[in-house]
Design a protein around this ligand. Structure first.
Ligand code: PSV
Ligand code: MN
Length: 389
């Protein structure tokens, strides 16, 4: 048992969870943005907050950027700032959904001049990825239609394919493309990339460096996300996750808060094929907005939630599970899985943190660190660069 635990801790020690810059700036719903004193105001401060999360958890060494929310004059300087804090720049997320021209879409817009503008922004993000040493550009399109007949579904797919091709062909070696799907919102009749099938078709047409991104909040209620994950892993096209949790739609709440069992089931598929290893090519990113709670503490909590689900998935007795499955012992197989899920992994994780030279209680350590009071005192004036902030 001791050596099994050592092996599990070894794998958890090497886990890599990416936090999003936009979690650290002010955000809100379409009704209200509640500004939080001390919230990060620019990309530099967001990276500083992300570094606090990494320092306390030991497993969150990179931060995703969203352009232009995180636009800076000198990206090499930003990457150096990250490196000085022991951090790396993660996925670069272009933003082609917040300008007036994009009312009818960005890369799928019927107007070629607007499509050009959107593609140019994607190309700019490819350059930013190259300059910052980012491993990926992560694409999400708000494109779609609200009314039957508004535009031609198939022609919009052609425009999307052309934009993706141009972007893909501009990507230097070492940069990959993640294509995120979303069932609905902001468009309500059709989204141009509504599901994993559409994303996968485009990725397959593009080449091996194009991969599907699964945002856990982007499905119809009741969707079996681990089934999607297992299938994408099977064909080598799972590029990564945007983890968050939801009760109703794209709620962007703390991962593991609404349905810890779902998170475990997803991580179980991941661990079953070893895709939790940092070199597996699957990116474990958070995509959350902390509208009413402390942002840094919320990101720490989220990282811990993913870590706990991973630890439980690692505890699954795989030989026993396989044997029960092959014998057709339905209840035994289910029991093996539930045994792992029902195990309290917090003591194991506390032990791991102590071994890593970390405080066994990262949230407590954050509260004691004085970071919140310090940023409230230091970050006066200016405005947060997230939306509406
Ligand atoms: C869209 O809902 C999304 O999930 C995309 O990943 C965006 O980049 C992100 O949210 C913005 O918060
Ligand atoms: Mn997302």
């Amino acid at each position: 048992m001791a050596s099994r635990e050592t092996g599990i801790k070894e794998q958890l020690r090497r886990q890599w969870i990416e936090t999003p810059s936009w979690a650290y700036g002010n955000t809100g719903t379409r009704f209200k943005v509640f500004r939080q004193p001390g919230a990060a105001r620019d990309a530099f401060e967001k990276i500083e907050d992300a570094a606090v999360v990494h320092r306390l958890t030991g497993v969150a060494p990179s931060v995703a950027l969203h352009i232009p929310w995180d636009k800076v004059d000198d990206y090499a300087r930003l990457a150096k700032h990250a490196a000085d804090l022991g951090m790396r720049i993660g996925a670069i997320n272009p933003n082609v959904f917040q300008e007036d021209e994009y009312r009818l879409g960005s890369v799928c817009n019927p107007d070629p001049a607007i499509r050009r503008k959107a593609i140019d922004h994607l190309l700019e993000c490819v350059e930013i990825a190259a300059e910052t040493g980012s491993p990926a550009i992560s694409l999400w399109f708000a494109d779609g239609t609200n009314y039957p007949g508004q535009d031609d579904i198939s022609r919009r797919q052609d425009r999307l394919a052309a934009a993706l091709r141009e972007t893909y062909d501009a990507m230097p070696e070492g940069v990959s493309m993640l294509l995120e799907y979303k069932l609905f919102e902001p468009s309500f009749y059709t989204m141009d990339v509504p599901d994993w099938g559409t994303s996968l078709l485009h990725c397959q047409a593009l080449g091996e460096r194009a991969q599907v991104l699964v945002d856990t909040g982007h499905h119809a209620p009741g969707t079996n996300i681990e089934f999607i994950v297992a299938n994408l892993l099977r064909v080598g096209r799972l590029g990564g996750f945007h983890f968050n949790s939801r009760f109703y739609a794209d709620d962007d709440l703390l991962v593991g808060a609404a349905d810890p069992f779902q998170l475990f089931r997803i991580m179980n598929e991941i661990v079953a094929v070893g895709a939790h290893a940092p070199d597996s090519g699957v990116a474990f990113m958070l995509d959350q907005c902390h509208n009413i709670e402390d942002k840094v503490a919320a990101e720490i909590r989220s990282v811990l939630n993913v870590q706990e689900a991973t630890a439980k998935a690692l505890l699954v007795d795989r030989p026993a599970l396989r044997a029960a499955q092959e014998e057709g012992d339905v209840l035994r197989a289910h029991e093996v899985l539930m045994d792992a899920f029902n195990t309290d992994v917090r003591p194991l994780l506390a032990e791991l943190r102590t071994e890593m030279g970390l405080d066994p209680d990262p949230i407590g350590a954050y509260r004691r660190s004085g970071h919140a009071a310090r940023t409230r005192a230091d970050r006066v004036g200016g405005s947060s660069s997230g939306w509406g902030g």
